[in-house]
Ligand binder design. Structure first.
Ligand code: SF4
Length: 396
């Protein structure tokens, strides 16, 4: 719920979220039915649409449970369901003919004939496969009436948009049921079949060999082409990410898109947008398939997450006796140099010279889950975030 509120605060026009079943991303903190109702009410109150994911691929034994689950969420006034499996699409059409259906990227729509097919099945929006080029998107848009949606930022799969069995094969956790353990990011070796237990390292370099590991998608520099291609919606991946990631990425794309619509001809990519995106955890950035087939440079050979800043606190609001109340998420120390971010793309820097707990006692340091009051953050509002620079980090 907090992430949903942050997404809305930082400029999302719509959010997609999952219930407890059949929505993929089962590891994310999904919503139970009362929470779904609350989430939709909150989003609608802020003029934001809500799309509810039902995009798992159920097997026969799960169909009855799926129908029961759809019955449980029937009264939730979401703006569309997101589905991937043709059977689920048909079931949704049958049960809720008045509701929009968006086709998940998981259905791997890679050409205009597929998009037209889904249009004929009553789907109102197709979230295209990440494997489509800009030319393919343009042509698809020109040949179909169905709305198109494209991912612009986030993790890439090495398989077709998550239709992948590596996790299922290696760990028993099925990506198509929302349980991917991301083995495409792991380090692999060769074993000769008559020498079990002897691992021959494949050394691309000193780090090993990360043969399935893609960089993350980032299309901030190509928003005008995407908008002009006829795409109706730009999607940011983030259900498994933290609130700092969601806020940082959304606010950059919000600023870029607003800037484009204010002056399409004079639009320029601003350096601060790129700088801001470099401050969230990522594996290096790629344009993926947008400008043609990915090459070696689009692969991340180090399994390296780059993270130059860490999220340390979220603003809860004004403290009753003066100052700003922060909910601490990472250790805070007096003397820290911190940055405060909010809506828009700016940030302000400040030094933490004093803080006290809610009882008014002065503190030298604060720990996760503690609430502290700090002075000097005049103008900071609910859901503004505090971050701290850290040394470049390399982690597997
Ligand atoms: S293992 Fe990697 S490629 Fe496969 S579904 Fe998971 S993230 Fe995608």
């Amino acid at each position: 719920m907090e992430k949903l509120k942050v997404a809305i605060r930082y400029g999302a026009d719509a959010v997609y979220l999952g219930g407890k079943s059949f929505g993929l991303r089962n590891l994310a903190d999904n919503f139970d039915v009362p929470e779904l109702a609350e989430a939709v009410e909150y989003a609608h109150r802020h003029g934001v649409k809500v799309y509810l994911t039902v995009n798992a691929f159920p097997d026969n034994a799960e169909i009855d449970a799926l129908e029961r689950y759809l019955g449980e969420i029937a009264e939730i006034p979401c703006d569309a369901y997101i589905a991937a499996d043709p059977g689920v699409v048909a079931l949704l059409r049958e049960l809720y003919p008045q509701r929009d259906i968006h086709l998940s990227t998981q259905a791997n729509t890679t050409n205009w004939r597929s998009a037209k097919f889904w249009q004929s099945q009553g789907v109102t929006r197709v979230n295209l496969a990440r494997e489509m080029s800009l030319d393919d998107i343009r042509e698809t848009s020109g040949r179909c009436e169905v709305e198109l949606e494209a991912f612009v930022h986030g993790a890439m799969c090495i398989s077709y948009s998550g239709r992948c069995l590596i996790s299922s094969a290696l760990t028993g956790r099925d990506a198509n049921k929302g349980e991917c353990t991301q083995p495409c990011r792991w380090n692999y070796a060769i074993v000769e079949e008559s020498r079990p237990g002897e691992f021959f390292p494949i050394m691309e370099d000193d780090s090993g060999s990360f043969i399935f590991n893609s960089k993350d998608l980032c299309l901030i520099e190509h928003l005008p082409e995407l908008v002009q291609s006829g795409v109706a919606s730009l999607k940011i991946e983030g259900r498994m990410k933290g609130i700092y990631y969601a806020a940082s990425v959304i606010r950059v794309y919000r600023a870029a898109l607003d800037s484009y619509w204010q002056d399409p001809v004079g639009y320029r990519v601003r350096p601060e947008w790129l700088e801001e995106l470099s401050k969230v955890s990522h594996r290096g950035y790629t344009t993926g398939f947008l400008l043609g087939k990915p090459r070696d440079l689009d692969h991340e050979y180090l399994s390296r997450y780059v993270r130059s800043y860490e999220f340390v606190a979220i603003v809860e609001g004004d403290a009753p006796g003066g100052g700003t109340l922060l909910a601490v998420r990472n250790r805070l120390l007096l003397g820290d140099t911190l940055e405060l971010i909010g809506q828009g793309c700016s940030f302000s820097t400040f030094t933490l010279t004093a803080m006290r707990n809610e009882e008014g006692l002065p503190l030298q340091e604060a720990h996760p889950n503690q609430k502290v009051i700090v002075a000097g953050l005049g103008g900071a509002g609910r859901f503004d975030l505090v971050r701290r620079e850290k040394a470049a980090q390399v982690a597997s």
